[in-house]
Write a protein that binds this ligand. Structure first.
Ligand SMILES: Nc1ncnc2c1ncn2[C@@H]1O[C@H](COP(=O)(O)OP(=O)(O)O)[C@@H](O)[C@H]1O
Ligand SMILES: [Mg+2]
Length: 165
């Protein structure tokens, strides 16, 4: 796994199950107020990754693609909330502005599919993950940390995936 610079790591997945497992590792490390952005084409694996992330976080609710609604909320026994936002169907900036991201972040963590559609509404400090369809079952996931908290999160994920440094 190449480490490109101290803020970036590439992961490669060979199956939906593997993408889910990588998501689980991330979910186990996230804290209230964290923002995770998933950018990638339809079928890149954003929702699959989110299913793993929610499971690793401890969700008692199952994850589905928010097809008709824009935001799903998941809970866990130990408390806290995980918001799953899919901006694919957002029609306008006004509609986007009505989503109160700050309110969500004061209550829990946030994972966003199609974050580029929210433009400047996404906090500048966040984990940005680019998912690329390489082959039928192969995906590249490039994690990019923006801000100190996300450098820490990236390091925790790296430790969780590869063991010590
Ligand atoms: N390595 C992989 N990781 C994630 N999904 C994969 C992978 N290989 C094949 N797939 C398939 O690609 C599709 C990804 O769908 P989904 O997670 O809903 O994508 P998105 O939310 O990005 O549109 C699923 O049908 C899944 O089975
Ligand atoms: Mg999706």
């Amino acid at each position: 796994m190449p480490i490109l610079d101290s803020h970036t790591i590439d992961f490669f997945s060979r199956s939906p199950e593997q993408t889910r497992r990588i998501g689980m590792r991330v979910g186990a490390e996230i804290k209230p107020g964290d923002v995770i952005c998933l950018q990638g084409d339809l079928g890149a694996g954003k929702t699959t990754f989110t299913q793993g992330l929610a499971q690793g976080w401890g969700s008692i609710d199952s994850v589905s693609s928010p097809t008709f609604i824009i935001v799903n909320m998941y809970r866990r026994a130990s408390g806290g909330k995980l918001f799953h936002l899919d901006a694919y169907r957002l029609d306008s900036v006004t509609e986007a502005e009505e989503l109160d991201l700050d309110a969500m972040l004061s209550e829990g963590s946030l994972i966003v599919e199609w974050p580029e559609r929210l433009g400047g509404l996404i906090p500048k400090e966040r984990m940005w993950i680019n998912l690329d369809h390489i082959e039928e079952e192969r995906r590249q996931m490039r994690f990019n940390a923006n801000g100190k908290r996300y450098d820490e999160l990236l390091e925790a994920i790296r430790q969780s995936m590869f063991g010590g440094s």
